[in-house]
Design a protein around this ligand. Structure first.
Ligand code: MAN
Ligand code: CA
Length: 207
């Protein structure tokens, strides 16, 4: 009990000294106050054991100040989205936001720039999304690479996470590359063609 008490006091007092008596040493109390605090375990500290969870905080719905901040953030975001959409910088479709940097690059570079921006290559999962991407293809009048690749099995196309596509918009006679055209481009009519990955195609990302 004494060494436990010492450990807790030492931990709280210094926040630096590691505790070695793991059997009797426990991390400091978890942080109180956030709405999900009762799901958060107490914080580890050094080589101490995990502390007890902190006391639960107020639900966010009870916290007037937090609610005001959320409302104002939502309003601010809605206005920013409005400005960007008005200027045709973004297209919103369902939960997705689509945007292009106007650049034509190979598949790997297009994917990289989308990922560096926190998104991925535009990947139509249904007719509505395909039309939204088509809107950008038409805006730039350039073919675009999609976030779809051919797997090791010729003729099987997958999303970037390897899951097989469950919506397609192949043009007539496509895909015809039989393993030699491992990327997919969207034409200006919205149809898809399997195509080599080293061409210069419009970068369209989704976020
Ligand atoms: C034609 C079609 C396409 C194919 C390209 C390759 O347009 O056969 O399917 O991808 O040629 O250049
Ligand atoms: Ca093809």
């Amino acid at each position: 009990m004494l060494s436990y008490t010492f450990c807790v006091i030492a931990a709280v007092a210094t926040f630096l000294v590691p505790c070695h008596a793991q059997d009797k040493c426990t991390g400091i109390l978890g942080l109180p106050g956030t709405p999900r605090a009762n799901e958060l375990p107490g914080r580890d500290r050094g080589d101490c054991l995990r502390g007890e969870p902190g006391p639960p905080g107020l639900p966010a719905s009870f916290d007037t100040a937090l609610r005001k901040v959320l409302i104002s953030l939502k309003h601010r975001l809605a206005r920013l989205e409005g400005v960007l959409a008005l200027n045709a910088k973004i297209t919103e479709v369902g939960e997705k936001i689509l945007a292009s940097n106007g650049r034509e690059v190979n598949f790997a570079s297009a994917l990289k720039s989308c990922e560096e921006a926190g998104g991925t290559l535009a990947t139509p999962m249904n007719e509505e999304e395909n039309k939204a991407i088509l809107g950008i293809v038409k805006q730039y009048n350039r073919y675009a690479y999609l976030g779809i690749k051919e797997s090791e099995t010729a003729g099987q196309f997958t999303y970037m996470n390897g899951i097989p596509v469950n919506y397609t918009k192949w043009r007539q006679y496509e895909p015809n590359g039989k393993g030699t055209e491992k990327c997919v481009e969207m034409y200006t009519d919205g149809g898809w063609n399997d195509r080599k990955c080293n061409l210069y195609r419009l970068t369209i990302c989704e976020f």
